[in-house]
Design a protein around this ligand. Structure first.
Ligand code: GRF
Length: 220
């Protein structure tokens, strides 16, 4: 029996190209999800306009209206819970989230990060890969825990660093892969094939020994 479409909320702070890729995959029939909310900490985020155009409910919450991070995150996560979301996808959400808000969502939040984690948690990942002289760079999708960009890895996409690459060229070459990586990882969650167990990620009930890799034909 086909499972019911997974109810998904997305948080994004920026232009929202990863959100657009998720919506496109849903429209193409390769991602059986229902988007119940797109939220942002920036009222001007392109992601909110994309969601509006796609008929998805939106939420803009300004952190300045709250005394501290826990108060903001309490409100944000109450609104996400009220949306009925079963899964929360962080697609370029540029805020650290309070551990207390995350706890009830363990195993139900994923993030896309533009590095081959565990390398380069945090910001400026392209610059740091270049400065380190890496010959390979990439993006990772992982379950979110209270450790910033430190949760168990689900899947990665890799690119070769070329002589003459700069931050912009790396970002531009990686982004189209992110747009395949994130929908493919979320599709596994929608199919209820992925879970976060005590010892790490489970795929089809078995421990995932190493992150899945994005190849020509999807994740493998
Ligand atoms: C992506 O590079 C993503 O990996 C990172 O932030 C960027 C968001 O881009 N976390 P967009 O808003 O999805 O276009």
């Amino acid at each position: 029996m086909t499972p019911a479409p997974l109810k998904v909320a997305v948080l994004a702070s920026g232009r929202g190209s990863n959100l657009a890729a998720l919506i496109a995959a849903r429209d193409a029939g390769t991602l059986p999800v229902e988007f119940v909310l797109v939220g942002s900490d920036k009222a001007s985020a392109g992601a909110l306009r994309l969601a509006e155009d796609a008929g998805i409910p939106t939420l803009a919450l300004n952190p300045k209206g709250y005394p501290d991070r826990p108060a903001f995150d309490r409100e944000l996560f109450a609104r996400i819970a009220a949306s009925g979301a079963e899964l929360l996808v962080l697609a370029g959400f540029m805020r650290v989230i309070d551990g207390a808000a995350l706890a009830p969502w363990a195993g139900r939040i994923v993030n896309i990060h533009p590095s081959l984690l565990p390398k380069y948690r945090g910001l400026h990942t392209h610059r740091r890969a270049l400065e380190a002289g890496d010959t390979e760079h990439g993006a990772s999708v992982h379950f979110v825990t209270a450790e910033l960009d430190g949760g168990p890895l689900i899947a990665q996409a890799r690119i070769v660093v070329r002589p003459g690459d700069d931050e912009n060229s790396l970002a531009a070459r990686l982004l189209p892969l992110e747009h395949r990586l994130l929908p493919a990882a979320v599709a596994l969650l929608a199919a209820r094939r992925l879970a976060l167990g005590d010892a790490g990620v489970l795929l089809d009930g078995r421990p995932l020994r190493a992150p899945l890799q994005l190849g020509e034909h999807g994740l493998q």
